[in-house]
Design a protein around this ligand. Sequence first.
Ligand SMILES: [Zn+2]
Length: 273
Amino acid sequence: MPELPEVEVTKRALIPHIEGRTIEKLEIRETRLRWPIRVDLLKKIENEIVISLSRRGKYIFINTAPGTAMIHLGMSGSIGVLDQFVPPKKHDHFDIHLANKKIIRFNDPRRFGCFIWAGKQPEKHQLINHLGVEPLEKDFQGEYLYRLSRNRKTTIKAFIMNASVVVGVGNIYANESLFLSGIHPKRRANNIGKKRYQNLAQTIKSILTKSIEMGGTTLRNFSFTYGKEKIGYFKHNLFVYSRDGKGCEACGSLIKRIVLSGRGTFYCGKCQR
Ligand SMILES: [Zn+2]
C-alpha cells in the first residue's frame, strides 16, 4: 500500500508537470472506485489552471480557482505522466488531459483509490477534517504526543498509527520507529514519559524524511510506472518489519512477531521496553 513517503514522492514528481498548467478535460473510463467518481462535480477543474499541488495525509490535492480535487492511491494506485496518445491499459481508470498534450493517468487494479471533488475548503471535507497533525510539520513534537496520550490506555503502536493523532505513520513506519526508539509496541500510550516521546517523534520524522529522500519503499506494488519520469524506489533499510525469526541488528536476539489491532507487529524483546 502506498504510504505517506510514496504519496509525497508522487506529489513532488507531479509538480513540474502539472503546476501552472491548464487542465483541458477529464477522461473517466471507470467511475467505480472506492467512492463513485462524480464527473459532474470534477468537471469544474476543466479549463482551469492548476494553482498548486499539495498533500494532506495520503491525499494529493489538485488546487484550482473553483476548488480542489483530491486523489488517493488506495491500496494499489499509481499515477503516471504520459503523452496523450498512449492507449490505456487495463485498470487505467481516468486521465487528466493537460493543454500541453500530456496526460496524468491513474491506474488502480484494486480500485480502493479515489478521485473526489472537495470544493473550496478541502480541509473541511469529511475525509480530511478529522486528520491529526502532519508528521513532518513543526507542530508534530514529542510534547504534543505526550500531552495527547495522558488519558490513552491504547498501545503505543495503535496510538501513533491513529490518523486523528498524526497522519501517515503506517504499519512499516510504526514498527521501525518503535524499534529505533527502544519502545515496546504493546506499551500503553499513557505509560510513556516525555523524553521517550521526544525521541519517538524525532525518529518518526527522520524515518519518513529518509524514506522520501530514497523515493519511498518498494514494498507492495506501488510504483510510478508510467512515462519518462521514473523514480528509483529503494527498499528502506528495515530493522524489524517482516524480519521475524531473524537476528536483531543491535543485540542479536530473534525478532518476534505478534498481531496488534489486526496488524503484523515486529519487535526485539530485548531492545524494546
Ligand atoms: Zn535487539
